[in-house]
Design a protein around this ligand. Structure first.
Ligand code: PEP
Length: 249
């Protein structure tokens, strides 16, 4: 039984004060919701204040990135232990915006995943094809490579601590959601590839869909067998719309 995860990625939005105000408005809207793991990923400076504002609520906090080293001369970077110390229990790794604008590749994504696990964080490993790759019929090759390289050297015993997010790049921030059929097709493919690598442990890995998830499309996506939650960008910025997504049932 995989507990669904609804995670909000705030990208480079919300100050510390705005994050705390979000928590104040959001928590009453989801009071009494059970059976869903809720996660919010604010910018680094808002991790500690958001974690404080959410304290005791069961809503988790994620960083949007981490560096793979524990410490060192890496100006501008933040280590897994530092985000954990600030109150995060999860970290997003390999988001397509990081891959596109900050030259992250499969190797660095893998190093970040392993560093996150070693520090006791749950990595939310993102992967997905661009529009050009989909149109060229390369979707399965691309996500297969990103999965294989992203989880390289992570043993089956650690598989349940990893969350995967399939985010077709053409659906992120565009308002174009993959249809539930399109998403399920890739999720089932990824589940089968995970099984080849991790064996039976693959059955317990949560596989989220991301790409223009909104209150009015979440239920159809969540009804599909291999879709275990969502990574939500734009629609997670408003307490009301994010709460409606969390309450998809
Ligand atoms: C994201 O940032 O991961 C994302 C899926 O964004 P949006 O929901 O805005 O498409």
């Amino acid at each position: 039984m995989r507990v669904p995860v609804i995670a909000g990625n705030w990208k480079m939005f919300k100050t510390a004060g705005e994050s705390a105000a979000f928590a104040k408005a959001f928590l009453p809207l989801v009071a009494g919701v059970s059976g869903v793991e809720i996660v919010l990923a604010p910018p680094f400076p808002s991790i500690a204040p958001l974690a404080a504002a959410l304290s005791g609520s069961g809503v988790g906090v994620a960083s949007q990135n981490v560096h793979f080293a524990a410490e060192g001369a890496y100006t501008g970077e933040v280590s897994p232990a530092m985000v954990k110390d600030a109150g995060a229990a999860y970290c997003i790794v390999g988001h397509s915006e990081r891959r596109q604008y900050f030259a992250e590749d499969d190797e660095s994504v893998n190093r970040k995943c392993r560093a996150a696990l070693a520090a006791g964080l749950t990595p939310i490993l993102c992967l997905g094809e661009t529009l050009a790759e989909r149109e060229a019929g390369k979707t399965f090759d691309v996500v297969s490579r990103q999965l294989r390289e992203g989880i390289r050297e992570i043993p089956p015993a650690q598989a349940p601590k990893v969350i995967l997010a399939y985010e077709p790049v053409w659906a992120i921030g565009t308002g174009k959601t993959a249809t539930p059929d399109q998403a399920q097709e890739v999720h089932a493919f990824l589940r089968a590839r995970m099984r080849e690598i991790w064996g039976d442990a693959a059955a317990g890995v949560r596989l989220l869909y991301g790409g223009s998830v909104k209150p009015d499309n979440i239920a159809d996506l969540m009804a599909r067998e291999d879709i275990d939650g969502a990574l939500v960008g734009g629609a997670s910025l408003s307490p009301d719309s994010f709460a409606r997504i969390v309450k998809f049932k």
